[in-house]
Write a protein that binds this ligand. Sequence first.
Ligand code: NDP
Length: 602
Amino acid sequence: MAHSQELTPEVLAELRERYRAERERRVRLDGTRQYLGADAEFGYYAADPYADEPAEREPVRDRVDVAVVGGGFGGILAGARLRQRGIGSVRVIEKGGDFGGTWYWNRYPGIHCDIESHVYLPLLDETGYVPEWKYAPGEEIRGHAVRIAEKFDLYADALFSTAVTSLTWDDTSEAWIVTTDRGDRFRATYVVTATGTLTELKLPGIPGIEKFEGHTFHTSRWDYAYTGGTPDGGLTGLADKRVGVVGTGATGIQVVPKLAEDAQHLYVFQRTPSTVDVRANRRTTAQDVGADHHGWATERRDNFLRIVSGESTEEDLVADRWTRSAGLLEKLLPSFRRPGDRAAFEAAYEVADAAKMNEVRARVEEIVTDPETADRLKPWYRYACKRPTFSDLYLQAFNRDNVTLVDTADTHGIERMTENGVVVGDTEYELDCLIFATGFSVGVSGIHSGRLPVHGRDGTLLQDAWAARGPRTLHGFTSNGFPNLLQLGGVQSAASVNFTHVLDEHAVHAAALVAAAEAKGALIEPSREAEDAWITTLAEDAPDHEWFHAECTPGYYNGEGRGRPNGPTAYPHGAFAFHALLKQWRAQSMGEVLQTRRTARL
Ligand code: NDP
């Protein structure tokens, strides 16, 4: 289909039919059950390849003001914002061997963030750091996480290589009892959970996966001892290896060009092609990004958030493919962009969507020289069905002689694995190494999956409290029956493609709540009525996007094509409006969640 093709009703109907057929090729009856977690016999996939065996230490038995569960950007920002509020003892507990979270675990070759570094890296105004690239490599991002942790003195009391195993509210001391897998048992007046949304890695449940005798690992636990090299490449260990990679999402897109450079032969096992748009990474100067006054980074970040939340702005400071395609994010991220004449809006939206996807498909044709390979790399679904990706290296990798694209759509993924490799259709691909770029249980954090049990007042388990009617929170942060528990980045708030910005706003909010409770000697706990009112607010304007996702190719946005959880899960007017609402609530209504403490603060 030509890029410039006129999008008549007949052409759009043809497209709809093609999208439907491509979806049918991929929907699996087992939906989200097709994946394996890194548990039991597969537990070794989650081991930390970056830290030494942790040194023995005495279990911790004291009391702190705030325990922060998770040392990714959520936890680091919570720590920083608490420090700014003058909170003395803040202890971060982190599974990894250092701060960084997602950026600690993901160090695969080629790793970058595809959100502009000047808006993605938080606290640039506060740290005085100006990134050098429009899109920063992972190591720079991890370095920035460490920079913030150092600046706000979070190392001194942090517990690394330590997983929290339970959180239990103790009514007698009006504090949380925190236990860990290192034998710690200490009290914390407040707990902030910043357990992340990309923490539980997924493996494909390919029949025979355990039989393969070659080397395997997940991209979030890169085995440099095997591949050689660094995140910049130079994977000399692969020079004589036949390497397979499963997965062509945002991770696969970044890792494939590096593997292609160094593997003897690379097989890319694709089930659904990504939309691969222009990235145009480049070096930037402080002058380019207006970093000449305090506040420049906050202004730029707000400008980006406004645009990707569907708000109007006079200028587009970031001016990249996220902001230029922001109008097509309406189905992905609820925002206020919902005009009265819905039918007219949807019709125009479909045309804009088709034009964008034609442009993406035309780009594949322009870059990939073999027409059959180009054909297989073209995505046939609407723009927001899958997370958009950006690369100026990925499609080009398929022009190399040592790279083979293996399409697995007709077999719903790799059919089976043998001792020697993988089987797709009639062909067995013999491999020395198979790398899983198969992602994470997106949005599932330990406190929601039950991996980290949270017992509130009277011993009630958070999961049980939410079992019958779904999550119940005020603003996504606090829940009745779970005093002084502040949940960051979770359900019933508002997400954005720039997740660190969202986390920072949540950290500001959590720190303000803790500071107010400290000042008043109070507990933080919303009433059931406040929770009900919030859920009504979410439901009242909840957009009807279910039909859109029901027609989408399977993925984690639509429960692998089997539908999404019921009930409103996000603030319907977008992240920018949500942050404004929080700010106003803090100024006017924060007192409603501050309850009288029975005990004195110890
Ligand atoms: P994804 O879940 O996005 O992608 C997983 C890939 O594995 C898909 O291509 C999927 O195919 C494929 N797959 C799964 N099972 C099989 C199978 N049995 N056979 C063949 N293929 C299979 O994971 P990612 O790691 O790419 O991304 C995870 C998250 O991290 C996303 O939220 C992403 O946005 C984020 N991320 C962000 C980056 C950034 O720059 N900001 C960079 C990298 C990741 P199918 O599509 O058919 O299901």
